[in-house]
Design a protein around this ligand. Sequence first.
Ligand SMILES: Cc1cc2nc3c(=O)[nH]c(=O)nc-3n(C[C@H](O)[C@H](O)[C@H](O)COP(=O)(O)OP(=O)(O)OC[C@H]3O[C@@H](n4cnc5c(N)ncnc54)[C@H](O)[C@@H]3O)c2cc1C
Length: 350
Amino acid sequence: MEKNIVILGAGLSGLTTAYLLQKEGFSVKILEANTRLGGRIYTKKTNNANIELGATWLWKYNTALIQLCKELDIQLFEQKMDGDALFEAMNAHPPQRFNLPPNQEISYRIVDGTHTIIEKLAFKIGRENIYLDEKVTHINQFENQLTVTSKNKTYEVDYVISTVPPRLLIQSITFSPELPKDVITVANQTHTWMKDSIKFAIVFDTPFWRKNGLSGVGFSNVGPFTELYDHCTVQENGFALMGFLNGGLAELTKEQREAKVILQLKKFFGEQVNNYLVYDEKIWKKETLTCIHDNQFIFPHQNNGHEVFQDSFMNHKLYISGTETSKTYGGYMEGAVRRAIEIVQQITKD
Ligand SMILES: Cc1cc2nc3c(=O)[nH]c(=O)nc-3n(C[C@H](O)[C@H](O)[C@H](O)COP(=O)(O)OP(=O)(O)OC[C@H]3O[C@@H](n4cnc5c(N)ncnc54)[C@H](O)[C@@H]3O)c2cc1C
C-alpha cells in the first residue's frame, strides 16, 4: 500500500507495530533516537551470560507476547527458583534462610535473552527501514499531510505512530497545531514503568550458590540490593545473579555501587563472591530517552491505558502508542504488543 507510515521508537511496541503493518502490506520507517534498538529491553552478552538490564520476565497470561514469540520461533524457559532463599531483615543479623513456598506464579525468561525478540523483529522488518540516532523533535500538520522532523531530516508522511512513553513525548516533541489540552494534561501525569529502577547483574564462572542448596533468590530490607535472582542461561553455560538496587544509590559512582553490592553479596553467599568476573548495571533514572525526571510524583501505572490515548489526532493521522497507552498490561511487554496489535487494526480499518 502506498501510505507512508513513520513509527517513532524502536522498542518492542515500535518494532511489533512495524512488523504487523508490513505483514498487512504497508511500508514503514522507524525513527529511533537512540544508537541501539530495544528501548527498555536491553540484554548484554558477556562470558556466555545474557544479562538483562531491562525487561526479563513474562507470565503465562501474557498471551499476545507468547503468541509473538511462537511466531518468531523464540523459546521460553522457567525462571529457576528451586532451592532455599535468603532474607536480610536488618544489618545486625546475617541473612536468614527459608524455603520458597511452592505453587508460586511461574515467571518465564527468553532463551538467549529478551533482546532476541528485538533482533528477530528487526530482521523481519529489514534494518534498512530502521533509522537509529534519529531523534524526532517536531511533528507538524498541514492540511492532510504531516511532517516529522528529526535531528537529521524532515519526512512527509501520511501516518505517524509514536511509541515514545507519553510523558516524554509531550515534553520532548513540539506539535503544531498543539495536541488537545486533555491529552497534554493526562500524558504529563502518566507513569512510565520502571523509570526509576536500577538493575545490576554479576557474572561468575560457576553457579556456586546452588551447591549449597540455595536458589540464588534473595531479599533485603537493608540494601543496596533489595531483590536478587538466579540469572544463569538455560544452556547452563553462563552463570550470573541479577537484581534490583535501592533507587537512592543512583547518585553514587558505579565503582561505589559495585563495592557495596559485593559486600552485601558476601553476607549472602560468602567469600566465593570475590571471584566474580563481571559486574554491570543500568540506572534507568538517567535514561533520557525513557522519561523526563523532574521529581513530580506519579503513582505506578497512573493513567496507563487512559481513554485519551485511544483516540487518533491531527486529522486522524497521529496515533499515540507504546505500552503505557495499553488498556491491559500497560507498562509491561505484554501491553506493548497488545497496543501494537490494536493500532494496526485501527490503521487497517481506517
Ligand atoms: C529495568 C526494567 C525492567 C523491566 N522488567 C520487565 C519485565 O520483567 N517484564 C515486563 O513485561 N516488562 C518489564 N519492563 C517493561 C518493559 O521493558 C516495557 O514494557 C517495554 O519494553 C516497553 O516497550 P515500548 O516500545 O512501549 O517502550 P520503550 O521500550 O521505552 O521504547 C520507546 C522508544 O522510543 C525511543 N524514543 C524516545 N524519544 C524519541 C524521540 N524523540 N524520537 C525517536 N525515538 C524516541 C526510545 O529510545 C525507545 O527506544 C521492564 C522495564 C525496565 C526498564
